[in-house]
Unconditional design. Structure first.
Length: 352
């Protein structure tokens, strides 16, 4: 049984902790927090061992009546693997701590690619992480693009991808984020960082990306144009994408016309926190013009990287091969969302 520590218990960390607890071959060694806020209380309520991420602040937890299992160094010692979900830049600073105890660690996409031995998306380059000391699970947008491009590359070949990313201004809980009433080119320069980040997964891929930030919190939206090396018809592409468990092809008959309804659908089906671990691709948008594929997909920035973090734990420890790990992760989390209108229902809630 792998002991997995989670350093950082915010938007991603709390989801990773729950996902680890759901796995049959992992147990949660504990979570580290910097201060005794509402998220720390949530961890305590779930019975997760709580560690002080900053040892000098341990007294704050005691003053708040919260018992600690130790500090972050104790958590690293206890863990076979640490998933670092701290804010951007903090993970890179933590690398020395993991290195000191020879503890493998998984970083998030907010860190620079050189923080790790390899970037990681389970569907695309699982084997690259086997035996690595440090792995970086790429950002939500890069994960979503890589999941989409992997089967397209395998089945048809990809000449070039062009993507415009309409990005949410912040997560629902990030009250300090903006814009409030604005639309921002983000960045103004082309390409945005997403294209080069996808190339850390597919080094030979030709891809251009542009970013626009809007005053929304629910999800990102991608406008995708991929020039394929062959010319399948749109229905063939729909079938290919429908066979991918981490892609949800949203049926037209469901009348889900935006990210708000996607999130409501996730909540109505019982998804924890209304999470959507899958890319959500509008069926009606999938179209072919010659060798050019066009589609719209939405990415839930709070949750799509969670299955990847779980798979990265198995890859980095060499405890399962790609297909086995992804199947276990998907089964235990309930990944594989489908509509009743599009054939037999697959899992939409975690396995009990």
């Amino acid at each position: 049984m792998l002991q997995v520590g989670v350093n950082g218990y915010g938007t991603i960390g709390k989801r990773v902790a729950d996902a680890v607890e759901a796995q049959p071959d992992m147990t949660l060694a504990g979570v580290a927090k910097t201060r005794p806020n509402y998220e720390a209380e949530a961890a305590v309520r779930k019975g997760y061992p709580l560690y002080a991420a900053i040892p000098d602040r341990a007294d704050r937890f005691h003053d708040a009546g919260v018992d600690l299992a130790g500090d972050v160094e104790d958590l690293v010692i206890k863990s076979n693997v640490v998933v670092d979900t701290t804010p951007s830049g903090i993970g890179a600073a933590n690398r020395e701590l993991y290195d000191r105890y020879d503890t493998p660690a998984i970083f998030q996409g907010g860190e620079d690619a050189d923080v790790a031995d390899t970037s990681f998306v389970a569907r695309a380059n699982y084997d690259d992480a086997e035996g690595a000391q440090f792995v970086r699970v790429v950002s939500c947008n890069t994960t979503g693009l890589s999941r989409l491009l992997a089967p397209l590359r395998e089945e048809y070949g990809v000449e070039k991808a062009r993507v415009t990313l309409v990005r949410r201004g912040g997560d629902p809980g990030q009250t300090s984020r903006g814009p409030i009433n604005d639309i921002l080119p983000d960045p103004v320069e082309i390409p945005s960082h997403h294209g080069p980040d996808v190339q850390t997964i597919f080094p030979d891929l030709a891809i251009d990306t542009l970013g626009v930030k809007v005053p929304a919190t629910l999800m990102h939206l991608h406008s995708v144009n991929v020039t394929l090396e062959s010319a399948p018809d749109a229905e063939e592409v729909r079938r290919l994408l429908s066979e991918e468990p981490r892609l949800f092809v949203v049926p037209e008959v469901a009348r889900i016309d935006g990210t708000g309804k996607l999130k409501e659908f996730a909540m109505d089906t019982g998804r924890p926190r209304g999470d959507l671990w899958e890319n959500c691709i509008w069926e009606r948008s999938i179209s072919m013009e010659g060798r050019d594929l066009y589609l719209f997909q939405s990415i839930h920035q709070e949750s799509d990287v969670i299955p990847e973090n779980v798979d990265a734990v198995r890859a980095i420890t060499g405890t399962a091969e790609q297909a086995e790990s992804m199947a276990i992760t998907d089964d235990r989390l309930g990944v594989g969302l489908e509509s009743l209108f599009d054939g037999p229902r697959k899992r939409v809630v975690p396995r009990s």
